[in-house]
Design a protein around this ligand. Structure first.
Ligand SMILES: Cc1ncc(COP(=O)(O)O)c(C=O)c1O
Length: 374
């Protein structure tokens, strides 16, 4: 499979580690390993101290699978859940296992590039476009039914959404499930930002628990703040499908990193602690960033996110947003992500507010605006 340049990862890899502050990161402030180990129960600490650095179970450490299954409540975690090296490998394995060249897929755009490019490389893709109106951004899900064709096989979405932070309602999700059931479609639901909803009542159920052809994608990277673990997973009711997808893993990572599995297990067992730390950073940062963008409404249009740690404001100036982000990076050493990277051409950019150094990034952005008299 020949894939096009991964614009987002390429853009960030050239800038993230050579700048002072990543101001568009889509993951929460990363935890220190020592802080995770402090949370471990004594029996898990025993496992950690005596861990053999051997190959691990193909689907994932059974203790980890059991812990994950508490979320989805599926019949048998060893047949319904498979772990992967990050969410990325899960996306690759699932979409390549399910889709064929005569299929048609509906995606929600803009989106994380692999949710679009992997299907695009295999089959026909139709897009439901993000809309912006009165400082709100949303998807009109009634468009989905109009896009369905006889060969449509799957709907792919991601809520809370990257890059906008929007979320469809529970009623809209139910509508999509009913529609998919009627047409026999798979739903691939990228749930990597689940848990970071601004209002908890907006949290959507796991698709794997709700729908027999639903596939849930989760990961330790985003809402947990542990991208360095590279532990992601897929959950689904269809055991035969899981077997087919997990076969693809034999050609990719084979198994997870053994230490990462234990660190993920400890974190999941202490999920309340992890989320309460993350939500407190998020709530604080979201207040600051919302105030900032509202105060600078001659320069920016602010679209408040409903979840996740990212938002997709618009630069109102006549200048191309790509140039704005580049100049800001050179002058203030902070990295924003222009919408061009998502093939979105309306002068929006992605900003991240999950990190502890976000207030400093905000003050550098403010200084830039004042110095340049924007
Ligand atoms: C929506 C979405 N899905 C999947 C991924 C990939 O996650 P990971 O880095 O954990 O593989 C990302 C990363 O930014 C993402 O934003």
């Amino acid at each position: 499979m020949k894939l096009p340049l991964f614009k987002l990862e390429d853009y960030l890899s050239e800038r993230e580690f050579s700048s002072d502050i990543m101001f568009s990161g889509s993951d929460m402030e990363a935890f220190l390993m020592q802080d995770i180990l402090k949370l471990a129960k004594s029996e898990i600490l025993d496992i950690w101290n005596n861990l053999k650095l051997s190959y691990t179970y193909p689907l994932g450490n059974p203790l980890l699978l059991d812990e994950l299954n508490k979320k989805y409540q599926l019949n048998n975690c060893s047949e319904n859940i498979c772990t992967f090296s990050g969410a990325e490998e899960g996306i690759y394995a699932a979409l390549n296992s399910i889709l064929n060249k005569d299929d048609h897929v509906i995606i929600f755009s803009p989106c994380y590039q692999s949710l679009k490019e992997i299907p695009n490389n295999i089959c026909e893709v139709s897009e439901v476009q993000l809309k912006f109106l009165n400082n709100k951004c949303f998807f009109d899900i009634s468009e989905v039914s109009r896009l369905i064709k006889p060969n449509t096989k799957m709907i792919i979405f991601n809520f809370p959404h990257n890059p906008s932070g929007t979320i469809i309602s529970k009623e809209e999700l139910k509508y999509l499930i009913d529609l998919s059931r009627k047409h026999g479609l798979y739903i691939f639901s990228d749930e990597v930002y689940r848990g970071l909803e601004v209002n908890h009542s907006d949290q959507l159920p796991y698709i794997a628990s709700e729908y027999e052809k639903g596939i849930s994608l989760g990961v330790m990277s985003k809402s947990y703040g542990m991208p360095g673990l590279r532990i992601g997973w897929l959950a689904m009711q269809d055991k035969k499908l899981l077997k087919k997808i997990s076969n693809m893993k034999h050609y990719l990572s084979i198994c997870n990193s053994a230490p990462s599995e234990i660190l993920a297990l400890i974190s999941l067992q202490n999920e309340d602690h992890i989320y309460s730390r993350n939500l407190s950073i998020l709530n604080n940062n979201l207040k600051l960033i919302s105030t900032f963008f509202k105060e600078h409404d001659s320069v920016f249009e602010w679209y408040p996110p409903k979840g996740g740690c990212i938002a997709f404001p618009k630069l109102k100036l006549k200048r191309p947003v790509y140039d704005f982000c580049e100049e800001l990076r050179i002058k203030e050493h902070i990295v924003l992500l222009p919408g061009d990277i998502f093939d979105h051409s309306h002068n929006h950019f992605r900003v991240g507010f999950g990190r502890l150094n976000m207030p400093e990034a905000l003050s550098r952005l403010k200084r830039y605006i004042q110095t340049e008299k924007l």
